[in-house]
Design a protein around this ligand. Structure first.
Ligand SMILES: [Fe+2]
Length: 378
């Protein structure tokens, strides 16, 4: 059989499957009555012919996610990963709490088990990082000039490691050069960053899959960050053992973040509605609007969170639910990392930012010495 006829057969099979399998309309997805018009609208949502679009509207979407490895105890493999990548020197990022816990200890032991694998540890990452904490981490990383990066911790640790990596490569750049416009200049990242492996210790941000890094701009009482595919880790190691030491409050606030990542990315305005269309593909944003691939990940994460987060709230020792929430966090990360979030996240940032200037509320269950309303709660 020639490759041309093989391709035609594949296309025929796909068309046939599309006509005779589940309807994509929301009514059917939620168990409601089939609505052919709604189904058609849903299909057209992403299928508008290019030639019928106004010139300035987007016509393409792009999917990017870190490679992921899921498994119980899989943190112990990270030393071999760096060895396999011929790492010259590894910068390990963590925070003072996680540094004392099994996930960081297992990662360090895994690095130590390798011959000739130098590494240095930065354990001063602060929860809900700020300009000042990023500047400290960046100065350290520039000085160390490591060939590879490892983050072991929650979103704050992973985001700080991404920033440290970016500004190690751009060693003369200013912090605000890459921060999202209009707060920063939002410059494109054209250089190749150094390989980063992320090992999450919360089931929340999904930062192990995304190119997003968030910080508090304390001078403006505002939160924003850098969202760029170039910053995504080369590998997310999702170890289902790594959230077992979290407090109940941390499980819940991190889990609420997963809930809203999935809800907001699924309900984001479709990518076809975004204007203007970028003149160059490097300018196409990671937060590009809802699209068929992100939808699949977001919906799976939403269903899983609705089922398992209440179980963890009742019993933080429910290991099956803890494992499922680790998966859901990464799935929601792939969803929102390729679609974006919207109003709920936008509203949350000034709440957490203003708290540090105003009410100085300190949420229970967080072992920190500064005011904090965790991201998932805001
Ligand atoms: Fe979030």
């Amino acid at each position: 059989m020639s490759s041309a006829s093989a391709s035609r057969n594949v296309i025929r099979r796909l068309i046939n499957a599309a006509q005779h399998t589940a309807c994509p309309c929301h009514g059917c997805r939620t168990g409601g009555a089939h609505n052919p018009i709604h189904a058609l609208q849903q299909m057209r949502k992403y299928a508008t012919p290019v030639e019928s679009l106004p010139v300035e509207k987007e016509y393409a979407f792009e999917v990017a996610a870190a490679n992921l490895r899921f498994g119980e105890g899989v943190t112990r493999e990270v030393g071999m990963d760096f060895k396999n990548m011929n790492a010259r020197k590894v910068a390990v990022f963590t925070d003072p709490n996680v540094a004392k816990l099994p996930p960081a200890k297992m990662a360090i032991a895994s690095l130590e088990a390798q011959q000739d694998l130098p590494f240095v540890v930065y354990d001063r990452v602060v929860a809900e990082p700020t300009e000042a904490s990023w500047r400290d981490a960046i100065a350290w990383a520039r000085d160390q000039d490591c060939s590879h990066f490892l983050a072991v911790g929650g979103g704050s640790v992973m985001d700080t490691a991404k920033a440290a990596n970016l500004f190690t490569v751009y060693k003369d750049a200013d912090l605000f050069d890459f921060i999202n416009a209009p707060v920063g200049k939002g410059l494109p990242i054209k250089e190749k960053l150094r390989p980063l492996i992320a090992v999450p210790t919360t089931a929340g941000t999904g930062s192990e899959t995304t190119g997003t890094a968030i910080l508090d701009i304390t001078s403006m009482a505002f939160k924003t960050g850098i969202a760029n595919r170039a910053m995504k880790p080369v590998l997310g190691i999702v170890d289902t053992l790594n959230t077992r030491t979290c407090s109940r409050e941390l499980h819940i606030s991190a889990g609420l973040d997963v809930l809203f990542h999935s809800l907001e990315s699924y309900t984001a305005i479709p990518y076809t509605e975004r204007t203007p269309r970028p003149a160059n593909p490097i300018l196409r944003p990671a937060y590009q609007g809802s699209n068929p691939v992100a939808d699949i990940f977001s919906m799976w994460a939403l269903r899983t969170t609705v089922k398992h987060l209440p179980r963890i709230s009742k019993n933080p020792g429910d290991h099956e639910s803890l494992s499922q929430m680790m998966l859901a966090a990464s799935f929601a990360g792939i969803g929102f990392g390729n679609a974006g979030v919207h109003l709920c996240h936008g509203i949350s940032y000034p709440i957490s930012g203003l708290n540090k200037k105003g009410p100085q509320f300190k949420y229970p269950g967080y072992n920190v010495d500064h005011p904090i309303i965790p991201h998932g709660v805001t």
